[in-house]
Write a protein that binds this ligand. Structure first.
Ligand SMILES: [Zn+2]
Length: 112
């Protein structure tokens, strides 16, 4: 898929909720038009499910970031976001509505 992209260009850096998002415009060799992808500062792609046809508005960027935050895991103990590269530990006894996840730093075998 990547070899069909003929050029990629960083077209915007937007700060949403204190986080810098990068909007990258790609030009495709065998398709008409452009597409846009949005990346977080840690390199996570927010448009993995499908690139955008139009340059995202500030409202679009906020929605993408909110969606990503909903699906990411936060440590129930320290509240930090658990990096994707670091498989989160889950406890089974979390009350419904609370995060069942622990980060590596807070994990303790006794909590299992
Ligand atoms: Zn933690």
């Amino acid at each position: 898929m990547g070899d069909r992209i003929t050029s990629e260009e960083l077209v915007e850096e937007a700060i949403v909720d204190g986080e810098t998002l990068q909007v990258v415009r790609s030009t495709w060799r065998d398709a008409v038009g452009l597409c846009f992808d949005v990346y977080r500062s840690d390199g996570t792609c927010l448009t993995d499910d499908g690139s955008l046809d139009d340059h995202p508005s500030a409202h679009d960027l906020r929605n993408l970031l909110e969606q990503a935050r909903l699906t990411s895991h936060f440590c129930r103990f320290c509240g930090k976001q658990i990096p994707q590269a670091d498989p989160p530990r889950i406890i089974s006894m979390a009350d419904s509505g609370t995060s069942p996840w622990y980060c590596a730093g807070c994990w303790d075998d006794r909590r299992e």
